[in-house]
Write a protein that binds this ligand. Sequence first.
Ligand SMILES: O=C(O)CCC(=O)C(=O)O
Ligand SMILES: [Fe+2]
Length: 403
Amino acid sequence: VLRPISALHGTISEFHALSMNFTPFKFSKSGLLQWETIRHGQLFVNSPFLLSLLFCLCFFTSFELFFSDKATIITINKSSFLHSHPSQRKEQEQEQQSNVKEREMEAIVPVVDFQRLSEEEERKKLRKTCEKPGCFRIINHSIPLTLMADMKSVVKYLHDLPTEIKMRNKPSVPESGYRAAMPTSPLYEGMGIYDMHASPQAFEDFCSNLNVSPRHRQIIKEYGQAIHDLASNLSQKMAESLGIMDNDFKDWPFILRTIKYSFTPDVIGSTGAQLHSDTGFITLLQDDEHVSGLEMMDDFGSFKAVPPIPGAFLCIVGDVGHVWSNGKFWNARHRVICKETGTRYSFGAFMLSPRDGNVEAPKKLVEVDHVQRYRPFKYEDLRDFRITTGKRDGEVLDQYRIC
Ligand SMILES: O=C(O)CCC(=O)C(=O)O
Ligand SMILES: [Fe+2]
């Protein structure tokens, strides 16, 4: 919580003495000047001289100081320093309040270290986060940062192609091919390749339809292989965290999917992607590190912004993950909202379901649990049900629920 330590023209209303020291300041997007503090001695606040100096500074310059007792952030309102007109102060106060709210409204997305998944403690963490909130960040993974950056450039390039070229890329299954912005989802444009690791032809068709250059072709191929490897390894670790040691995810089909959101000033507040759960087992998303928008819904139906971590993938458990785990893993509900102007790119692997088989919990898991929570079904039936009914969130599974 940020507490004002000086009100208008420097009346100190509240002051919480915490130890602090300043790192170099920076301007935040909202025009606030922020000093992020690091832990140090109590030099600043314990010195009566400096405290008086601070008081005078507030008094004469109408600085407004905010002090975080949680995040140890000091915020000085730059604009109130420059213009101290009372009518502006109200606006500034409101802006600060909403900044505080925004910071408090960030989803807690646990971070899992891929390199440490051989350790019991990290595996427990993985299981716990798959149970709730049903999403996590994976760091120290196998995909080089250079490949992630290269793929992002390719994704931008592909989405910038003329529409008639993008349209050549016809879907072989829903969510593959090209999906242009539509009146029902005007901010959203998607592209995908289905099952490229098992069907080289799908990859060839995609590249030749879009006249992809040899260099870009190489990047997509490498990225597709790398992210499918990571997704199947991670799926295996998730299964192992439930005691299922013999499930091989390497052959499971996946969609390499790219999404572009065009966020212009007139659509701030509009929906980029409606509230949904993902249909497959797990999604590995390289979400945009600059343009925000992704929100997770919590148990109370509130939405929390997901802050980006450059270099980390956001992993989201889907409907198949929920059913396969006999209801243990949570298919996290999420959406994308336009919050700022810019183009948001998100892309990654949507790991779907067992090839040619039913979606169901492994027998061993059912034995341990003494109950099977969902009856087996075909992935395609679930996918088609979602398309025909327009239903997108986890309730689509109710039709298969046993208990
Ligand atoms: O764009 C994003 O960050 C989220 C995309 C998403 O949730 C999806 O495609 O299923
Ligand atoms: Fe999603």
